[in-house]
Ligand binder design. Sequence first.
Ligand code: FAD
Length: 341
Amino acid sequence: MAAPKVAVVGAGVIGLSTALCIVETCPSCSVTVLSDQFSPNTTGDVAAGMLIPHMYPGTPIHMQKQWFKETFTYLFAISNSAEASEAGIHLVSGWQVFKSTPKEKLPFWADVVLGFRPMSEAELQKFPQHQFGQAFTTLKCDCPPYLLWLEKRLKATGVQMHTRKVADLWELHSEFDIVVNCAGIGAHQLVGDEKLFPVRGQVLKVHAPWVKNFIRDGDGLTYIYPGIHRVTLGGTREKENWSLSPDHGTTKDILDRCCTLEPSLQKAQDIKVKVGLRPSRHCVRLQREILSQGGVKLLVVHNYGHGAGGFSVHRGTAKEAARLVGECIAALRGSSSRAKL
Ligand code: FAD
């Protein structure tokens, strides 16, 4: 059988990392990325890119932990290499603080991040409205650098990238053997997934280089995430809201909430407002599917629905998607050798 031709639909953090894992696990494949948008116009370009997992209620915890661990290990190695600044990957320490003590004091990812521990009384004095807190060091992916770094690695391995909107996966049937769907919220329309819904997030990217530690309110709504050049201030979580227009009142509210946690942010400058739609689902859709039309088959691997935690698990889910592509290739090889007999 000739080199299998694989199309990856989507050039967000999920599509690019999946394409890279496919090339790494199946170097004989010919991989093409097709996407209507590339960085800086993807959801990841809005995100803070912090590695703090979000919970997927429909996915077993051991699997979520494995995805997170694989992602953390991969990015930790990059952060510890000469590639770190170009890839936009860096370690960041800080605090997650709670107004009342949470039921679960030890999250499932506590032993994956570095130095996880309860905050001391002295540290808590910085947050007079909060009773309990956790201190740890994690990783942050700055975008667009990380997406551009992934694109550069893909191009170096010969992966083609084309700007193209795919209206129906079947339109790729004559050109490709396997289609990998990493369309994020676009999968709602592309494959008619009614279980997928947007959770709108508005954030501010500000200039405040003196802020070095992250601060996250345990409710997940208010956060301060310092990056290499800018600090991301958040946020909002608005279910089923498809609007990409910034809301002025929300900008003021985010700034007020963040200044309550970190008063020095009153002096933040050059405030840029960004809005993104988290591609949310009860669980990430990470599975093989064989589409069939009039006796013709199309092999598809889905990898979308990462909601509020795409950066935190992207490498783990990309590895699993690449394994599923490997299964599709084995099935294709099996059917082509049967056809020759
Ligand atoms: P996208 O980035 O949306 O990419 C989808 C791609 O598919 C795009 O390139 C699009 O153009 C393409 N596409 C769609 N439909 C089609 C089509 N029909 N034809 C061709 N191409 C198509 N996660 C974290 O882990 N940590 C964080 O700190 C964090 N903060 C966030 C803050 C905000 C405000 C938001 C909005 C999200 C945040 N997230 C965070 C979540 C994270 O950004 C997402 O989970 C992740 O970006 C999803 O990546 P994706 O590649 O699936 O989607």
